[in-house]
Design a protein around this ligand. Structure first.
Ligand SMILES: [Zn+2]
Length: 244
């Protein structure tokens, strides 16, 4: 599994970083995890054609995680003249949320009349769902409830990529991380404690309780960036590539 961190910043693009978006490739499938409002720009800076993308997984309905979908869909429609279907997976109600976002952004664009079909898959709690060759698991996490926040695990053959989504502390993080090859974990703050986000100190204390091979921190806010020199855990940066 080949992973490029396209966006590693918080909602405010602290440090000039793009909002959350990861490009992931397995031999037979290419997908995004989250598509923040800045994601099309991040893709174009890395010369990534939207036609390469088979599917997009959305962790929750906040603009810095799914606000880039209207631009992605329009680019695929008008620039890419995309023909093959695009799959979008996300929390329950994902089809309505994406359609509302698209029609609010571009009132004359109808998701049912693009040059390609959009197929939606809803997360189902405690169930694996298939997305192409992938098996997805989703777990509720602790963030703004109206955004339906989820952590996810993406399984492909014997490889597991885990992602916390946006969350404060929850024991579900142990399940999300369990036996994963990589956990991408949000770390919005260095030491500030909020119920809706994690901080570096808490992740450091819990690191040995996560049963995963590797942890990389993302969603880095200003306080975290200001304290990077003190960080011993691995942090992501825009454009960084890892293989697991
Ligand atoms: Zn966020």
């Amino acid at each position: 599994m080949w992973i490029q961190f396209l966006g590693t910043g918080d909602a405010f693009c602290s440090g000039g970083r793009f909002q959350t978006c990861f490009l992931v490739k397995v031999p037979d499938y290419c997908f995004l995890i989250d598509c923040g409002a800045t994601s099309l720009l991040a893709m174009k800076q890395s010369n990534i054609d939207s036609n390469l993308i088979d599917g997009i997984i959305i962790s929750h309905f906040h603009g810095d995680h799914f606000g880039g979908l209207p631009y992605f869909l329009l680019d695929a429609n008008f620039s890419g003249k995309r023909k093959r279907a695009l799959t979008i997976a996300g929390p329950p109600g994902v089809a309505v949320r994406v359609e509302e976002l698209l029609v609010t952004s571009y009132p004359t664009v109808d998701i049912d009349h693009l040059t390609f079909a959009v197929e939606f898959i809803e997360f189902r709690e405690n169930q694996n769902i298939a997305m192409g060759p992938l098996q997805l698991e989703s777990f509720p996490v602790v963030h703004v409830p109206a955004s339906l926040p989820h952590g996810i695990r993406v399984n492909h053959h014997n490889t597991t990529l885990a992602f916390s989504g946006d969350t404060g502390w929850t024991d579900n993080l142990y399940k999300i991380a369990d036996s994963a090859d990589l956990l991408i974990c949000e770390c919005n703050f260095f030491s500030t404690e909020l119920p809706s986000h994690l901080n570096y100190r808490k992740i450091t204390v819990e690191r040995d309780n996560f049963n995963c091979k590797r942890i990389i921190l993302n969603h880095l806010g200003k306080e975290m960036l200001d304290n990077m020199a003190a960080c011993k855990l691995e942090c992501s940066s825009d454009g960084m590539i890892v293989e697991i």
